[in-house]
Design a protein around this ligand. Structure first.
Ligand code: ADP
Ligand code: MG
Length: 388
């Protein structure tokens, strides 16, 4: 059984000097030194789930875990990229970026969206768990964008990294992940309003630390890729509910409006969005008041809404939340699109070891794959670029 000591706490990975190793392996692989290293964090969304595609509010903060991309410009218009996570190297001509597939499409797509005339050698390494709902994909595109175009304004980097996912990869993401990766501030969650245009989306910073408590993420290892159709169906149901109510999006609806929906499924989906926006506001106030109980209560209410009204949870996530609450968590909820991925919890410092051990014990007894706990820190800084 892994001991708590083996689980990464805030900053332990960063202190190991990752740039040194990245520099060395870039030289070994490409036979020359990198020019720059771009880096960007993964993120966790405290609350506001499935609100981004409904013109609503959410409240992410950046994780201490980062993705780094070391780059050096090439004389031709080819991208050659190696990922330490996949162990693969892909070389792809930028003029054919549209046909690049798989993980390399995130990198080739980002560079093609920024400047399709200049190729790069790129070496990627990451601490962000991949496919766990912690936004490894935006950490990757934003790290690459900063590395290849360090002087471009943030709005252009945001547009390019969104194009990489939406057009080149074909993933219908709404921009939440890229916005927090690029704009995160240490010690803060960002209140984002997806009812506003991308340039005005950032409402304000909210303190993300809760004194005497720790934020933890537990990766269930249940794959959400299996249920990609489920995500698209929920988006379509939300659009249908908004159309039935004749509103631009569900964040413009009230609970009275929701009560008018005759289709019980559409009513449940709409109720989640309306109540989730209200919970985001509650959590903003609670964080500003350092009111751990109120933060936790809203988190748990969000989970129940995602389970019962939005129907995107699964047995493993429900069990994770149940065990954490039994063990003294202030609150817990599934995070991300659903059908797997991770859970977020706010734990009083004194209960961390016992609660995480209880989760592992509970899953072991059921014969389920053990979740991986990850210390989420208190809000890391955003993407940046370092000379090497
Ligand atoms: P999430 O962003 O929540 O981790 P996604 O499905 O959006 O999940 O993105 C995961 C995908 O991003 C991976 O399947 C892979 O294609 C790509 N990816 C992310 N990080 C890396 C990395 N370090 N190396 C290679 N590919 C990566
Ligand atoms: Mg992603």
């Amino acid at each position: 059984m892994p001991t708590l000591r083996a689980w990464p706490r805030v900053g332990t990975v960063l202190r190991q000097g990752p740039h040194v190793a990245l520099h060395r392996s870039f030289v070994e692989r490409f036979g020359r030194a990198p020019e720059r290293v771009g880096h960007a964090p993964g993120r966790v969304n405290v609350i506001g789930e499935h609100t981004d595609h409904n013109g609503g509010l959410c409240l992410p903060f950046a994780l201490p875990q980062r993705t780094r991309a070391a780059v050096a410009r090439r004389d031709d218009a080819t991208v050659r990229v190696h990922s330490a996570q996949t162990g693969e190297t892909v070389a792809w001509p930028l003029r054919d970026a549209a046909h690049c597939a798989g993980w390399a499409a995130y990198v080739v797509g980002t560079i093609a969206a920024l400047d399709p005339r200049h190729g790069f050698d790129v070496l990627v390494d990451s601490e962000v768990p991949v496919g766990a709902g912690l936004s490894s994909s935006a950490a990757l595109t934003c790290a690459v964008a900063l590395a290849v175009a360090p002087t471009r304004p943030p709005g252009e980097l945001l547009a390019a990294t969104m194009r990489a996912e939406n057009e080149f990869v074909g993933a219908p993401t709404g921009g939440l992940d890229q916005t927090i990766a690029l704009h995160a501030r240490a010690g803060a969650a960002l209140l984002l309003d997806f009812g506003a245009s991308p340039a005005d989306r950032l409402v304000r910073q909210v303190p993300s630390a809760v004194p005497g408590h720790e934020w933890w993420v537990l990766d269930s290892h249940v794959s959400h890729e299996l249920a990609d159709g489920g995500y698209a169906r929920r988006r379509a149901e939300c659009a249908a509910a908004a159309a039935a109510l004749a509103v631009d999006n569900l964040s413009r609806a009230t609970l009275d409006d929701v009560a008018r929906l005759t289709d019980p499924v559409l009513a449940a989906r709409a109720r989640h969005v309306v109540t989730e926006n209200a919970r985001v506001r509650q959590v903003v106030t609670a964080l500003e008041d350092a009111d751990a109980s109120a933060v936790g209560a809203a988190l748990t209410a969000s989970h129940l809404s995602l389970r019962d009204d939005f129907e995107v949870s699964c047995g493993e996530l429900d069990e994770l939340v149940a065990i954490l609450l039994e063990q003294g968590a202030r609150g817990a909820r599934m995070i991300g699109g659903g059908f797997g991925g991770s859970a977020l919890t706010l734990l009083p410092e004194a209960t961390v070891e016992v609660a995480l051990s209880a989760v592992l014990g509970g899953f072991r007894r059921r014969g389920w794959r053990l979740p991986t706990p990850l210390a989420a820190g208190i809000g890391a800084g955003g993407a940046g670029v370092d000379p090497v």
